[in-house]
Write a protein that binds this ligand. Structure first.
Ligand SMILES: [Zn+2]
Length: 64
């Protein structure tokens, strides 16, 4: 349902892992990623804190 994708962080521009809902145009933190960055570039990237916070909330409210 959700996938991770690498993109620039809103504030710093550093590459971070965002959480992207399938079929959604924007990441959980509201970023619109125009192009997919190859995962190898983001192997050492940290996770986007905004996406992680939203993702945790989603996991709490919609248990599977
Ligand atoms: Zn994000």
């Amino acid at each position: 349902m959700y996938e991770m994708c690498v993109g620039p962080e809103k504030t710093s521009g550093a590459l971070v892992w965002h959480v992207l809902a399938k079929q959604a145009a924007a990441t959980l933190c509201g970023q619109q990623l125009r192009e997919r960055i190859e995962a190898s570039d983001g192997d050492r990237a940290r996770h986007c804190p905004d996406c992680m916070a939203s993702f945790e909330k989603l996991m709490v409210t919609t248990p599977c």
